[in-house]
Design a protein around this ligand. Sequence first.
Ligand code: SAM
Length: 274
Amino acid sequence: MSSKKSNYNIQNDTKERERLDLQHTFIKHGFNGNFAAPVDQILRSGARVLDVGCGSGIWILELAEEYPNSHFIGIDMAPVVLKDKQPDNVEFITHNVLHGLPFEDNLFDYVFARFLTGAYKKNQWKEIAIPEYTRVAKSTGWVELMECDIMLKCNSKDNSKEFDLLIKALVDLGDASNTYSNAASEVKGFLEEGNRYNNINSLEKRLPVGPMGEKVADMGVEDFQKIWKLCKTFLIPLMQVSEEEYDAICESANQYLKTIGAKWVFLRAWGQKV
Ligand SMILES: C[S@@+](CC[C@H](N)C(=O)[O-])C[C@H]1O[C@@H](n2cnc3c(N)ncnc32)[C@H](O)[C@@H]1O
């Protein structure tokens, strides 16, 4: 495993960390909570928790405050930069997960991994990610995956041509890098394979992005505006447009989301290691 380069090309800079924090709040409100596995009690008593690809660290920091008896480790190939002092029950490790997780077997009561579709090629989910999560989880420990599908469900049959172009380009980008653009539809199946987990369950939500009169829907629009900017350098060559044309397409897609809107599918899947 040691020669695996990372597949992830997005810079984890201040802007991206702010976007990840916004997206985190969007999902937390949409799902009414930070996780779905039945771990509240073990977190209260004191558990060892791993967040794989922890990004800005916001999920861990919120849980660490809510569950002071538990110990949280976040791992990411980019260093985590905190605005405030690191809590005593939190550790961050900089490491490429494709090299395997740097932990002994059967260590964690709860392993959480969210939005890692860009981190793994399709085969790496089954060959590296899931086997590694399983290895480091304790027997009867929980593993929870959360992913989204990038094909949004439009609120009107009259789709916006520009919005469709951008979504198609994101799907093409996934195809070109052999990553899933519909990971929400896949992750429960990963847990079901190989009889490694009991009590497998999932929760799907179609969160509003657009003019639904809810704060969460506005956050969804803001997240997409940031995603178009984030992916600009990758999507322009794929779409074969100039920078000015790309910006105009994004502006039109933003207007569509603000006035008509769409639904964004997210799925949480969790299981208990045999
Ligand atoms: C889309 S962000 C999601 C962050 C966080 N899980 C969240 O939900 O906010 C993907 C994260 O995975 C990290 N990542 C990508 N490939 C990785 C790898 N091979 N090893 C470790 N971290 C990786 C990136 O640095 C980034 O922080």
